[in-house]
Ligand binder design. Sequence first.
Ligand SMILES: [Mn+2]
Length: 314
Amino acid sequence: MSLPADRHGVPIRRGWPTFFGAPLADDPTSARADVAFLGVPFDQATNDRPGARFGPLSLREASMRFQPVDGDEGWLDAERGERILRGVSMTDMGDVDVRTLGLEENFQRITEAAAFVRSRCRVPVFVGGDHAITFPLVRAFEDRPLTVVQFDAHQDYTDEKFGQRFSHDNQMRRVSELPFLKQIIHIGLRGALEHVEPWEAALRDGVQIITSERIVREGVDAALADVRPNGDTYVTIDIDVLDPAVAAGTGFPEPGGIGYYQLKEALLLLAQRTRIIAFDICEVNPTYDLAGVTARIAARLMLDLLGAIIPSKE
Ligand SMILES: [Mn+2]
């Protein structure tokens, strides 16, 4: 019997976790893949409990659980009996080089890194980080009319609070102001809102809102029957859209919420109805993810959504 060993015959594994074990792009300028992952270790704009800057690290680690062992064969989605992501190439582009101070400079770096990663692949996947990063990320798609679908317990639609316009409570408002933005669809809202202005502003601006409770009561199909994103779509997933009983590892847990299967079904349904050109997943916070479950679920959701966007090859 021979045990697995490295190419030198020694049973030692080297290297560091990457997203799903995908090769790290040593030279990003020559990297090419169907999917490129970019970590955004930024939590400078968190109101309350920081730690989301460690999200990319925890997601890399959690995603190694899903590392394919059969080369290009992808995965078998056991719930659906379907092979996903067979022959789909992936690369880990590393992390945005976030600096200690200077919010605007960091936003600029995030936008530039996102635009670059986008140019190297078919579907870029951005891993936060607090949710403020969605604004600089979406800015990297300025060349086309864009619909943004937001999965989130919270609106993040505050215009300004204490003079601050760029926190993880403002970014959807900033996104709404981008000239190329066509529509925002917000799925998963719940909670007791302290301020009415963001709510009224979102309705006034035509944001389509589907609450978490509606999904739980009616089911995904019925609740999302009128969700018809028009044209190219960017999806942003705040992991706090999940019930904190399911995914507690996040900075601002909100009572109620949907489960893994409901979120997966909603993502798959969206991928059927529209062309998703990129997505981000934010607010996984390992500081509160004591069982490591939140990062694990987030990693699985990334596979689910990618599998729905890019069909298996051959
Ligand atoms: Mn959010």
